[in-house]
Design a protein around this ligand. Structure first.
Ligand code: GRF
Length: 215
C-alpha cells in the first residue's frame, strides 16, 4: 500500500504535530503507512514550523489575510496540496476558518483534533484555555479530546474517535489542558494510522472505524 501523504496545518507550538512527525517521518525508507509531507501555517515564526524544519519537512506560510476572499485563499491551498499530492489534511491547533472550497475538495479527507468531548464544548470561539474553562464552569466530571472530519460547521463534522479523562475539583484550566493534551498526543497518530490503513469510513453522516477483517 503506498504511503498516505499527509499535510498538517498548525497555528501554534505544534506538540500534536511533533507526535505525527515522530510517528510518520517524511522519509522514503520509512515503513510507516503515512508520511507528513508538508506543514502549513497561517503565520511565520511559530513552534510548529521550527519542528517541521528540524524534521526536514517542507513548510509553507499561507496568510488568509493576503487573499481577496476565502475562496481565493482556498484555491491557493488546493493548488498547494495538489503540488504535494496530499491525500489527508490534519488540523492540529489551526485557528483560522477553513474555506468551503477546500472542505469540498477534501470531503472526509480532512480531520481536526479538539480538546474536549464533542459535541460538547466546541464551536466558534471554543479553543485553547476557553474550552477547559467552560468544562470546569459546567462542573463536568469527565472531559477529553475528539478527532473528527471537518465540515462547514466549526467542530461539528463526523466524530472518528475520542479519549476521556477525569476532571478533578482541584483542576485549573491549565492542569486540565495538560491532562487532555497527553491523550491528544496518543489519539491523533492512532486516527491517522487507521485512516492510512483504510479503516475509517463515513456512513449516513457518521464516521465508523471498520474491523480489521473488513478493511
Ligand atoms: C491542542 O489542544 C488542540 O486540541 C487544539 O489546539 C491545541 C494545539 O496544541 N486544537 P499544539 O500546538 O499541538 O501543542
Amino acid at each position: 500500500m503506498p504511503q498516505l501523504k499527509v499535510a498538517v496545518m498548525a497555528s501554534g507550538g505544534g506538540t500534536n504535530l511533533q507526535q505525527l512527525l515522530d510517528r510518520f517521518p517524511n522519509r522514503d525508507d520509512s515503513p510507516t503507512e503515512a508520511r507528513v509531507a508538508l506543514v502549513v501555517s497561517n503565520r511565520p515564526g511559530i513552534g510548529a514550523l521550527e519542528r517541521a524544519d528540524r524534521a526536514g519537512v517542507p513548510t509553507e506560510v499561507v496568510d488568509p489575510a493576503a487573499y481577496e476572499n476565502s475562496s481565493e485563499f482556498g484555491e491557493r491551498l488546493i493548488e498547494l496540496y495538489r503540488d504535494y499530492s496530499i491525500e489527508l489534511i490534519v488540523l492540529a491547533g489551526y485557528l483560522k476558518m477553513i474555506p468551503a472550497n477546500l472542505i469540498s475538495a477534501y470531503r472526509n479527507r480532512m480531520i481536526n483534533i479538539h480538546p474536549a468531548l464533542l459535541p460538547g464544548f466546541g464551536g466558534k470561539g471554543m479553543y485553547g484555555r476557553k474550552v477547559h474553562e467552560a468544562v470546569l464552569a459546567a462542573g463536568a466530571k469527565i472531559s477529553g479530546c475528539s478527532v473528527h472530519f471537518v465540515d462547514e460547521q466549526y467542530d461539528r463534522g463526523p466524530i472518528i474517535a475520542q479519549r476521556a479523562v477525569p476532571v478533578f475539583h482541584t483542576d485549573t484550566p491549565e492542569s486540565l489542558a495538560a491532562r487532555v493534551l497527553e491523550e491528544e498526543h496518543k489519539l491523533l497518530p492512532e486516527v491517522v494510522e487507521l485512516i492510512a490503513a483504510g479503516k475509517v469510513e463515513v456512513v449516513d453522516g457518521l464516521a465508523q472505524v471498520i474491523a480489521a477483517d473488513k478493511a
